[in-house]
Design a protein around this ligand. Structure first.
Ligand code: SF4
Ligand code: SF4
Ligand code: SF4
Ligand code: SF4
Length: 316
């Protein structure tokens, strides 16, 4: 796979330059359902994208602009489309309801179909995604205990990935003999948790719930319904949620999983279960973890280039 856009500029004509192909635009907009033609290049999505904030390596606006210029083939060969973590924050912030994440999802499927990325690489990246969640879980656990991740060495990653002994709060059990906490009654009321009939649809659509012992939205709803306040407020899991709202959108019972997790975070802070510096330590730690994630993706896509010192990126 050749990273075309790192070595070419967009221009109306000329050899070695990217030529806009406007005739592609309508078809791409229709098939991706991203509403990309409404983009007015305000750049809000760039400032909202966590991967861009932590690494400066993924600009959703650039991806939408390339699509709007009809640079479809070039877009499919961008490594950036594989950096996206699917949080959908770019779509939530967009004033014109453009969905850069939908364009990225569509571009990934097309890149696989066109064989710009091998199926073996895709499977490798899927495994990496699972590892990434495990590393994030451990990073949050370190932060909850007052630490911070400053560097991520391969030895540390290996130790975390081989560790299977998670906290007992990953297992749901009845809060024996304890009165149901008022705080959780309020969460029940605002997020309709008691309507849950444990179908697990939310867990199926959640992009990060591949390993249910680490993160499971339906499990969190059940824990609320069982009154397990201490376990919930102390688990790293509530800090892993990306806020994409897929769980809330899919629930036929109207349970608002995304809001519930946000409320649990607020409750953890206001009750003193975690300290107010936690968010700062997590931001710093996620920056390190995210850079590690991107480096691993580059190693899958461009092993020789990455080993020789990394990709050079150029703005479009
Ligand atoms: S926030 Fe929306 S309008 Fe602004 S650059 Fe991003 S996609 Fe375009
Ligand atoms: S969905 Fe992807 S592109 Fe959009 S904000 Fe999240 S990581 Fe960035
Ligand atoms: S989708 Fe709704 S009803 Fe099903 S487990 Fe999740 S919260 Fe419960
Ligand atoms: S908002 Fe829901 S679907 Fe999205 S990451 Fe959080 S729990 Fe999973």
């Amino acid at each position: 796979m050749e990273n075309v856009v790192t070595r070419k500029r967009i221009c109306s004509k000329g050899d070695g330059l990217l030529i806009p192909r406007m005739e592609n635009r309508e078809a791409m907009d229709e098939t991706s359902s991203a509403g990309m033609q409404a983009c007015w290049t305000c750049g809000s999505c760039d400032f909202e994208c966590p991967v861009n904030i932590y690494t400066h390596a993924l600009r959703p606006q650039k991806i939408v602009r390339m699509a709007n210029l009809g640079l479809w083939d070039e877009l499919l060969q961008l490594p950036e489309i594989w950096y996206c973590i699917g949080c959908r924050r770019c779509g939530h912030i967009c004033p014109n309801v453009v969905k850069p994440w939908a364009l990225i999802e569509y571009a990934r499927r097309a890149a696989i179909f066109k064989k710009y990325v091998s199926w073996e690489s895709v499977q490798h990246m899927q495994r990496l995604w699972m590892h990434f969640q495990k590393i994030r879980w451990h990073a949050v656990a370190v932060c909850i205990e007052g630490g911070e991740i400053e560097t991520l060495l391969d030895g540390q990653v290996e130790e975390w990935l081989n560790q299977e002994d998670y906290r007992s709060d990953a297992v749901i059990r009845q809060g024996v003999g304890q009165p149901y906490p008022d705080t959780l009654k309020l969460l029940n009321k605002s997020c309709s948790t008691t309507h849950c009939y444990t179908c697990s649809e939310c867990s199926s659509v959640c992009p990060i719930s591949g390993n249910k012992r680490l993160f499971d939205p339906s499990g969190i709803v059940r824990m609320v319904n069982l009154g397990m306040v201490t376990e919930l407020l102390n688990t790293p899991a509530i800090w892993l949620c990306l806020g994409c709202r897929r769980c809330s959108d899919c629930c036929c019972q109207g349970v608002d999983g995304a809001n519930l997790i946000q409320d649990l975070r607020d409750l953890a802070l206001s009750s003193g279960a975690v300290d107010f510096e936690l968010k700062i330590r997590m931001e710093n730690s996620f920056r390190v973890v995210c850079q590690y994630f991107l480096r691993e993706i580059n190693l899958i896509l461009f092993p020789s280039v990455e080993r020789a010192g990394g990709l050079q990126r150029q703005s479009v």
